[in-house]
Design a binder for this molecule. Structure first.
Ligand SMILES: [Zn+2]
Length: 255
């Protein structure tokens, strides 16, 4: 079997991603254990690792319970708030999962938290809470300039890169993005499609980097329509990409 990537739903709107070949499995951001353990059992998969993007409970809350049942390494950022017995990884280091013949490169992407990382490889991006479809993570610990820089790193990946975000926030993000860019045709099309999917309780992910560049306002802070919208909102703040980013992020937080 080739590599499959499947979402495991958790809490109200989290996705835990399972990457497997029908025998071995690596799990990304298990915020709770039960769904992930059930998934492994139901598909008779052997766990060969956990990839962790940041310390928030809804991303790592299931780690200890899963590792009590499965002997598997966990990779994550250098942060004392992360689970114990972690293989700490940093920018440009590689995570190799021999059982699946996969290697992911670590990207440091501060903004949502100071130590947030993402995993990229084989055309797949596991971006945690840094990038969402049509949106981005809240700036709990970082600055707009840090988050702009993190998202610029994603923008430099191939357009075909599939983006596996950790939450189903796309519909509300679309509603906000439309306020920023009411005349963006790609955005209107994405919003319509997302509404249709959500009406049937279907997942809106993965997205792609190319698609997000066309409609995600946080990847479009150099586009004139987004710059203009930010200037109208906060005239003296929107004088640079990170300035525009900050304005749009504050606007979203207030929406
Ligand atoms: Zn988070």
């Amino acid at each position: 079997m080739s590599i499959q990537i499947e979402p495991i739903k958790a809490f109200t709107d989290n996705y835990i991603w399972a990457v497997h070949d029908g025998r071995h499995c690596v799990i990304v951001d298990p915020g709770e254990a039960s769904g992930a353990l059930d998934f492994l059992e139901r598909h008779e998969l052997s766990l060969c690792g956990l990839m962790l993007t940041h310390h928030h409970h809804d991303h790592v809350g299931g780690v200890d319970e899963i590792r009590a049942r499965h002997d598997a390494p966990a990779w994550g950022p250098d942060d004392r708030r992360m689970p114990k017995n972690l293989q700490v990884v940093s920018e440009d280091q590689q995570v190799t999962i021999e059982e699946l013949d996969l290697t992911f490169k670590v990207m440091e992407t501060p903004g949502h938290t100071t130590s947030h990382i993402a995993f990229f490889g084989h055309g797949l991006l596991f971006c945690g809470d840094t990038l969402f479809s049509a949106g981005c993570g809240r700036l709990f610990e970082g600055t707009p300039a840090q988050m702009q820089h993190s998202i610029d790193k994603f923008a430099a990946l191939p357009d075909s890169t599939r983006v596996y975000c950790a939450h189903e926030y796309t519909e509300s993000n679309c509603n906000f993005a439309r306020q920023v860019e009411p005349r963006n045709a790609a955005l209107a099309e994405r919003c319509n499609r997302v509404e249709e999917l959500r009406r049937r309780d279907r997942i809106t992910l993965p997205s792609t980097i190319g698609a997000e560049k066309a409609f995600n306002p946080f990847m479009r802070t150099r586009e004139s329509a987004v710059v203009k919208a930010a200037q109208l909102r906060e005239p003296d703040q929107a004088d640079s990409p990170e300035g525009v980013f900050g304005v749009i992020r504050r606007w979203k937080d207030a929406a």
